[in-house]
Design a protein around this ligand. Sequence first.
Ligand code: NAP
Length: 335
Amino acid sequence: MRAITHDRYGDPGRVLSLSEQPAPAAPEAGQVRVRVLSRPIHPGDLAGVEGFSDGPRQRFATPRIPGVEGMGVIETVGKGVRDLRPGQRVAFFPVQGAWGEAVTAPAGLVVPVPEAVSDETAALMLVNPLTLLILLRAVEDARHGQSGAVVQTAAGSSVGKLVSAAALRQGIPLVNLVRGTTGAQSLRQRFPGLATISTADADWRAQVRDATGGRGAQVVLDAVGGSLTGELAGLLADGGTLIAYGQLGSGSTSLESLALTSRVLTVRGVSILRWMSRTPEERAEDIAFAARLAVSAPELFEVAARYDLADFADAVGHVRRPGKSGTVLLTGPAS
Ligand SMILES: NC(=O)c1ccc[n+]([C@@H]2O[C@H](COP(=O)([O-])OP(=O)(O)OC[C@H]3O[C@@H](n4cnc5c(N)ncnc54)[C@H](OP(=O)(O)O)[C@@H]3O)[C@@H](O)[C@H]2O)c1
């Protein structure tokens, strides 16, 4: 089968290559083999190829096939698998090797795709909605019943739009931050009920204070990190919480320990890597939520572009293109 691999860590544009690889092993008991038709490139996938150079190094053995999410069709099922059958359309997460043309996975990590959900939406059905749930739980914990404002960075991202839609559904007073004027305009059109501020404006900090009623944010959801994080801590109300969940930005983060103590601020990280530690029942509920969202709001699963596996270099370049809207998919083989 064709697969994208890397045998060392570094710039994805330099270390990734496409090659013929042995097909994954036939499924053992409790496993299925899936012909993968479509898979996203998440920012976290690229960070994994780089080797998380700016943070804790969570390196995996190389050579490896990246990618943990995708959709496809079941080819064969192993002994004891009752609920899945060959020919069925499925999504999967977390299954290492999604950037190859086939994966063998535990049946428990493979989810039937509802008939009303397109292949493209199915390829995006799990990671981002599950991230949304993790973020909403962290926000709820941090707000402990109060009604203060929530500010989120990189609000134009795929996850950010899910957060915006959820905030409108749940009546959370959300203030969106984006890095550019054009992005701010398009997000205001998309979510006219939410304040959207561009950090390119010289007075963006004052705008955030106004939008939070002069009190500051009770919670900041930050996907940018780097040098922005210290500034965001300064925009928290006393007792507020900064939730870090991504590192799209650059630079190092400086936090004033005196401000953290005297203003009783909390800084915490959240990661989908911990999602597997939820109970099987909790995970089943989360997956049911994701499938319902894919059926009821497919517009929240926007595809920026699709590229055949052979064109992975262009696809990777597209992921980091400023102003991109939606998620880039790698496709193939043809369904
Ligand atoms: N912790 C977890 O478990 C977890 C799980 C899933 C995702 N995430 C994180 O969630 C974030 C969003 O992921 P996604 O897939 O939704 O992203 P995405 O759709 O690829 O969108 C990326 C967005 O980030 C903005 N951006 C890029 N670099 C930036 C910078 N230096 N400063 C400010 N904004 C910047 C872009 O804005 P422009 O429009 O201006 O280009 C774009 O709106 C990422 O940080 C990702 O790692 C974390």
